[in-house]
Design a binder for this molecule. Structure first.
Ligand SMILES: *Cc1c(COP(=O)(O)O)cnc(C)c1O
Length: 419
């Protein structure tokens, strides 16, 4: 089936009432048939609902539908994009290990990898996403995951998947792609050869700025990379917290299963059923919305590129952009709704952001409402001068998330602010 059909039907086979809309299963727990049934569920002899921290029927539809859109093998929903990223890392790395992360990533990912997990004894080694050959020198036998964004936020670079995957596969290391900006509509990293995808569902997924959420999705046959691989010994050895369960022996998508059974069990950042229902509503219209976000963003980028006060526009759909060829290779159908542009100074950038009316000053992306952000004073304020430069964020950089309003109105709004 095509994506637009999957977005509307995948993962939902009607409940006993024949309910057309996916019901919200607003419950904490589930009744077992008897104690034997309960024991079987806990022992994974049978699969079924135990407790909403671990699974929920509404969340299950969301997970299955997103898995279908990404052409993956299995998924686990989380309470936020950040918890999805943290769980992907914590699922493989422990004290003494290291991970390799692109310098150009979301601000929260920079602080998580550069500061918070350092206190857990996990070291982060950074590479420039525009120069993936840097990865080779960073790899050692304690390297557990390579993390990068398909389209980076907010520098709007494009990852060279093939180059990164080639190095990762040579060393048998798991790759994890944050595909929040490109969305499954424009890019399916698991089909390109990556192992794990994470998303913030708070952005284009819900699409109207309604709820915080996230998801981790894994590819078919990821077990091939993990089984017998000394890097991932804890997937190949008995898990004492689960009566000696060996994940790599299970006939199930093992990466997301371990997140569910160990990390959701112990850390608990699971989505609320109501929020899962909102993500599902969003997914139904995601293919349609992405087309509009993309075509309007290209119009806005083209307008800005011809404006005398604008030094530079970063949008991979522009022919002049240094990422144009990579974008044509990996996202030929559209380049999403995010762009950034540079003016001379920090003061000018702030005055422009304050001068728009339709574009609201908000730290979010992927909303139906257009958004303007000055990263250096907001989302990336906690970064040092050096981290800012590494993340590709000059102080005069403005980020736009182009919404679903009429593009002519958006351009005249920017025209006023720039005059
Ligand atoms: C917003 C965002 C995140 C974090 O997601 P939350 O749902 O806000 O926790 C991670 N990565 C990218 C690319 C994002 O835009």
């Amino acid at each position: 089936m095509k994506q637009q059909t999957l977005a509307i039907h995948a993962g939902y086979d009607k409940d006993a009432q024949g309910t057309m809309a996916v019901p919200i299963y607003q419950t904490t727990a589930y009744e077992f048939r008897d104690t034997e049934h309960a024991a079987n569920l806990f022992e994974l002899k049978e699969l079924g609902n135990i407790y909403t921290r671990l699974m929920n029927p509404t969340t299950d539809v969301f997970e299955k539908r997103f898995t279908a859109l990404e052409q993956g093998a299995g998924a686990v929903g989380t309470a936020s994009g950040m918890s999805a990223i943290f769980y992907a890392i914590a699922n493989v790395a422990e004290v003494g290990d290291n991970i390799i992360v692109a310098k150009q990533v979301y601000g929260g990912t920079t602080t998580l990898t550069g500061h918070t997990i350092k206190r857990f004894g996990i070291e982060t080694r950074y590479f420039n996403v525009n120069n993936p050959s840097e990865i080779e020198a960073l790899v050692d036998d304690k390297t557990k995951i390579i993390l990068f964004e398909s389209i980076t936020n907010p520098s709007i670079d494009v990852a060279d998947f093939d180059a990164i995957v080639a190095i990762a596969n040579k060393h048998n290391i798991i790759t994890c792609v944050d595909n929040t900006v490109a969305t499954p509509i424009y890019c399916n990293p698991l089909v390109i050869g990556c192992d794990v995808v994470v998303h913030s569902a708070s952005k284009y997924t819900t699409g109207q700025g309604l709820a915080i959420g996230g998801i981790v999705i894994e590819r078919e046959n990821l077990v091939e990379k993990i089984k017998g691989n000394a890097r991932y010994a804890h997937f190949n050895e008995p898990d004492e917290s689960y009566h000696g369960l060996i994940y790599s022996n299970l006939p199930l998508p093992l990466f997301t299963l371990r997140i569910r059974l160990a990390l959701l069990r112990d850390l608990g950042a699971s989505p609320s059923p109501f929020n899962s229902w909102l993500y599902i509503q969003g997914l139904e219209t995601l293919p349609l919305r992405m087309r509009q976000h993309s075509s309007s963003a290209l119009e806005v980028a083209t307008y800005l590129e011809n404006h005398p006060r604008v030094k530079k526009v970063n949008y991979p759909g522009l022919k002049s952009n240094s990422n144009y060829d990579l974008a044509q290779k990996y996202f030929p159908k559209g380049q999403s709704g995010l762009l950034s542009f540079e003016v001379e100074t920090l003061e000018e950038a702030r005055a422009i952001a304050d001068g728009t009316e339709i574009f609201k000053v908000v730290v979010n992306i992927g909303d139906s409402k257009s958004i303007i952000t000055h990263p250096a004073s907001t989302t990336h304020q906690q970064l040092s001068e050096k981290e800012l430069i590494d993340a590709g964020i000059p102080s005069g950089l403005i980020r736009l998330s182009v919404g679903l309003e009429d593009s002519e109105d958006l351009i005249s709004d920017l025209e006023k602010a720039l005059s």
